[in-house]
Design a protein. Structure first.
Length: 271
């Protein structure tokens, strides 16, 4: 009788970048230790914390490394360098992974032909008005956000890893380089991460403003057009009309999406 060889899944390292995350890191790590698909390792990159983040993470028995130069890209790159897995998955320190998060990412990846897989992000705090609206606005939309994505380590190393000149939008810019290299990034909506979204409109609009600013700078690196992003503040009435069908999800959602887009556009204008 011919024996069928069991095909082993590639190993995966999970990287969490954290700065002053003592209030959230325990829940994040607990969710990762409960994963049905067990990662090869969990790495917490303490990015210049002044609180007990590293001390708390150490108690979970995970690998903790200290990166004193503050910056999301710098911290992500340190995590990649420290990782031993063939794949590297990223999650934020203020997020909690569904028990099957990594299993679904792996299942989608193992279909073949992909250098990476992104998952869904839902609100960890849906009881907060702004957080719930943001969840509704972004539900089931493919993305390249660093809060829920997995890459082949070799694929990101080959394109130069994260751009340390970018304070935000570094995750999107990396994905563009991976795609330009002829690779594909898939989307698996069942790979769910619950993220602590901004809870006030002022915090959320400030975040979107910064996203707009840094996203346009990322686009400039690639010689991409930025006029659509810069035009958003002047297109509020048209945006509202476009978003009106979303009223079936929530009566305020069309206005919310329009205001958020305008904040993003204002950031794009000053980039």
């Amino acid at each position: 009788m011919t024996k069928i060889k069991k095909v082993m899944s590639p190993s995966c390292s999970v990287v969490i970048i954290a700065r002053n995350a003592e209030k959230t890191i325990s829940d994040c790590l607990s969710s990762l230790l409960r994963q049905r698909f067990k990662p090869k390792e969990i790495i917490v990159v303490d990015n210049g914390s002044t609180d007990s983040t590293a001390k708390i993470a150490t108690k979970f028995g995970v690998k903790v490394v200290y990166e004193p130069i503050v910056g999301r890209s710098r911290a992500r790159n340190r995590g990649i360098i420290e990782s031993d897995g063939e794949l590297v998955a990223f999650i934020d320190a203020d997020a909690v992974a569904d028990v099957d998060w990594l299993a679904w990412l792996m299942k989608r990846y193992e279909h073949g032909g992909l250098a990476g897989v992104a998952g869904s992000i839902k609100a960890l705090n849906p009881d907060k008005f702004a957080a719930k609206l943001l969840e509704l606005a972004t539900a089931n939309k493919p993305h390249y956000g660093g809060g829920n994505i997995m890459y082949e380590k070799d694929a990101i190393v080959r394109v130069g890893m994260f751009n340390e000149n970018l304070q935000m939008a570094e995750d999107i810019e990396l994905a563009w380089r991976v795609l330009k290299a002829g690779k594909k990034i898939g989307f698996e909506p069942r790979a769910i991460v619950y993220h602590a979204h901004r809870e006030s409109m002022s915090e959320l609009l400030r975040q979107q403003y910064n996203f707009g600013k840094w996203s346009v700078r990322a686009r400039k690196i690639h010689g991409m057009s930025t006029w659509r992003q810069r035009a958003l503040p002047f297109a509020a009435p048209l945006l509202l009309i476009k978003n009106l069908p979303k009223i079936k999800l929530h009566p305020i959602l069309p206005v919310f999406m329009t205001v958020v887009s305008v904040a993003y556009g204002v950031g794009a204008l000053i980039a």
